[in-house]
Design a protein around this ligand. Structure first.
Ligand code: GLN
Length: 458
């Protein structure tokens, strides 16, 4: 029996009243983290330098996705090309967690640069699902969700989503993940995938842990030019369902695995029988979301990755040949197959002559998708849908998928990410998540409904 198997709230309460021997707690936590990491490959590195706990978080362990910079700790975004890169600074979100008294427990494993949905594209081993090691943790923040699911200690995970990387692993590992409104959490210190899409968010066991974390990391940062002009604040949620109007988009229920359809409908009916009302609606631009997302995401990624050339960060080789030969040698070794595929796709989409045909068109489609959402939110508080079209797939199934079939798994997570609207995945079945989407900056609304659902499901 592990005496530290406490909720975050209980840990903070007991720490406050002096009932936790922090040294003993953190030793036990790190031991457990290492043990699960050995079995499941959940981390890129684990921090051995523990801290002296201080309020408000009393040394609460926080894992940080490998693509978020941490001073003095390798930050490699799951890529070999960044092996050995140890940033001299903290990302703003990390600095805020440290200032609040959190302990940065290490860097969680992920798909290289966030390129993937199953974390099978990591250079640091493939994380396995703690509930069934033959299945994927989801991705790209697979390690972050896996640690929350596996290690029975109070903790939260800082992670990032471009097109679904928080929701997918949260759903597949039966934990909760919030992707905030684009610009609400500073991207300063994030190793970017696609700047117009990247968002830092949180994975945790309970909705209240997410509320706590968001109150620490959200709010304006002058070091991120896309940071919204929103003050840091204490988020408060109201978990009453009375009067809550839910929209259920019919396009999000096409081609689902039967178990997903059943679990999500059961969740919606449960919300309804406890005070909410729901209405079926249509989001007709849904079918264009994947195509436009992959054009925009790969275009932006291909320019971002140009700086990875073996000169400034990470992997180096002996200087041989001209600069072109040197860059090619480093990139050939440092980038994985999926990164190479995306560089080629993105570079093609941006080529002169094609820009109007692909990139600009994709940007216009993106606007239409956002307009579709805005129409729904004029009449409804939240959208309820499945997070992923299937439960967590087995590795044997993933191996048989083509690159295109991989991308198609993101069909439900890409639209809200594309539009930068907040969304949260809460467990509603084995390896299945209920996805709740809200209008820009309506985090409290979706968190409230998520908390209500979590309470009802217990
Ligand atoms: N699976 C999507 C992609 O590969 C999203 C990943 C992410 O959000 N980083 O682009």
């Amino acid at each position: 029996m592990n005496k530290y198997d406490l909720s975050v709230t209980e840990f903070l309460r007991q720490s406050h009243s002096g009932n936790i021997d922090y040294n003993d707690f953190i030793i036990n936590y790190l031991e457990a983290l290492k043990e699960f990491d050995k079995k499941l490959r959940l981390m890129q590195c684990i921090n051995e330098k523990t801290i002296r706990p201080s309020s408000d978080l009393y040394g609460l362990p926080v894992t940080v996705k490998d693509n978020i910079c941490t001073a003095g700790m390798q930050s490699s975004a799951g890529s070999k090309i960044l092996q050995g890169y140890v940033p001299p600074f903290d990302a703003t979100s990390v600095a805020r967690i440290k200032d609040a008294g959190g302990f940065i427990a290490g860097k969680s494993n992920q798909d290289e640069f966030g390129f993937g949905t199953f974390s099978t594209n990591s250079a640091y081993g493939i994380p396995k699902n703690p509930h069934d090691p033959e299945r994927s943790c989801g991705g790209s923040s697979g390690g972050a969700a896996g640690v929350i699911a596996a290690v029975p200690f109070p903790q939260i995970a800082l992670c990032e989503s471009t097109g679904g990387s928080i929701s997918s692993p949260a759903a597949f590992c039966n934990v909760t993940g919030l992707t905030p409104t684009y610009g609400l959490v500073s991207r300063y210190g994030l190793i970017d995938y696609a700047n117009s899409l990247d968002k830092i968010g949180l994975i945790a066991k309970r909705v209240e842990d997410i509320v706590l974390g968001l109150s620490i990391i959200a709010g304006h940062d002058k070091r991120d030019s896309t940071s919204l002009n929103v003050q840091q604040k204490q988020y408060k949620i109201n978990s009453s369902l009375r009067g809550v109007r839910i929209a259920v988009p019919k396009e999000y229920f096409e081609n689902l695995d039967e178990s997903v359809e059943k679990s999500v409908w059961a969740a919606i009916k449960l919300l309804e029988s406890n005070g909410a009302s729901y209405q079926e609606v249509s989001l007709p631009t849904t079918k264009y979301a994947l195509a436009s997302y992959y054009i925009i995401a790969t275009s932006e990624a291909s320019t971002n990755l140009a700086k990875m050339c073996g000169m400034r960060y990470g992997l180096h080789k002996p200087l041989e040949g001209n600069f072109n030969q040197y860059f090619s040698a480093v990139r050939t070794e440092g980038f994985g197959e999926e990164a190479k595929r995306r560089i080629i796709l993105g570079t093609f989409a941006r080529m002169s002559g094609y820009r109007e045909q692909y990139y600009m068109k994709a940007m216009r489609v993106r606007t239409l998708i956002t307009q579709d959402f805005k129409k729904i939110f004029a009449k409804h508080d939240v959208i309820a849908a499945p997070t992923m079209p299937t439960p967590a797939p087995r590795f044997a199934e993933i191996e048989k998928m083509s690159a295109l079939q991989n991308y198609q798994m993101d069909v439900l997570t890409v639209p809200p990410n594309h539009s930068g609207i907040p969304h949260i995945s809460v467990p509603c079945g084995d390896f299945i998540g209920l996805h709740l989407l809200g209008d820009h900056l309506q985090e409290e609304k979706i968190l409230g409904v998520a908390a209500a659902y979590e309470g009802l499901r217990k």
